[in-house]
Design a protein around this ligand. Structure first.
Ligand SMILES: C[S@@+](CC[C@H](N)C(=O)[O-])C[C@H]1O[C@@H](n2cnc3c(N)ncnc32)[C@H](O)[C@@H]1O
Length: 263
């Protein structure tokens, strides 16, 4: 595998990321499933939960869509809180894990394979659309993904999502001190790409937008931004998740959580 920064479009991103998440799903759930909780809602590696943050608002009786739902842990928590949540994910294998946990817990999240850029729902179907480190940073055509979200939301609806904090893109993806030394431009939006050296195929893609880009994207789709949370690394939290660790998390933010409402 070779990592590089280069331009990648929507089709190539999706063609790479679906199979990548299929390959990675078993390992991902084995490694992070306990931290996520089968009926649990964490917004990121800092462990901030929705019950602490209350980003989504009152969920009882609300129609809720999770985009990039993975094994559905967050949506299951929403169901337990009285919401009618549904999952959508690019990876079939992630959704098989979701079904496994549905059966184990008795809390079922109806879910489907799909992509954030073509939501298979009628206009104005949901009160809340959210994503916890789900699809958004994997999508090239982010304008379309945000427009699709606005389309399926009802007036007064809420869009909330967590992503890798945009400032993290300046640093190497290293949980130790080396990961605190800025080495690349914050303003370089060239996607991060992994290429399978044997086949020459793109096997994984992530896309970067600056904080200003996110403000423009949300405002441009008619949203009013109501919150931007940058969770601090909690004392006594020593879990390392990829490039997220206490060493870095006590100095610089690793996660950004946006909430935005449709007037
Ligand atoms: C880091 S996981 C987050 C899932 C869940 N919230 C969790 O914390 O485990 C990212 C998920 O986004 C999904 N994903 C990636 N690109 C997507 C796309 N274009 N549309 C929908 N889901 C996508 C992946 O398949 C994966 O399940």
């Amino acid at each position: 595998m070779r990592a590089e920064r280069r331009a990648v479009g929507e089709i190539e991103s999706r063609r790479a990321n679906g199979p990548d998440w299929d390959r990675y799903a078993d390992d991902y759930q084995a490694t992070h499933g306990e931290f996520l909780g089968d009926v649990g809602f964490v917004w990121g590696p800092e462990g901030l939960t929705e019950s602490e943050a209350r980003v989504l608002g009152d969920l009882a009786g609300r129609d809720v869509l999770e985009v990039g739902s993975g094994a559905g842990q967050c949506s299951r928590w929403v169901r337990a809180a009285g919401g009618r949540s549904y999952g959508l994910d690019l990876s079939h294998r992630q959704l098989q894990h979701s079904q496994r946990i549905d059966h184990a817990t008795g809390v079922t999240v109806p879910s489907m394979v799909g992509t954030a850029t073509a939501l298979p729902f009628r206009d104005a179907s949901f009160d809340v659309v959210f994503s916890s480190f789900g699809a958004l940073q994997f999508v090239a055509d982010i304008e379309l993904a945000v427009a699709e979200t606005a389309r399926v939301l009802r007036r007064g609806g809420r869009f909330a999502f967590s992503i890798t904090h945009p400032t993290r893109w300046m640093f190497p993806d290293d949980p130790d001190e080396a990961g605190l030394v800025a080495s690349q431009s914050y303003w370089d939006r060239t996607p991060y790409v992994e290429v399978d050296e044997a086949s020459g195929q793109v096997s994984y893609v992530e896309h970067h937008r600056t904080l200003g880009d996110w403000v423009a994207l949300l405002a441009g789709a008619g949203f009013t931004i109501t919150r931007l949370l940058e969770p601090e690394w909690p004392d006594h939290h020593d879990r390392v998740w990829g490039g997220w660790s206490g060493v870095r998390g006590r100095v610089t933010p690793g996660t950004a959580i946006f909430a935005a409402d449709l007037p």
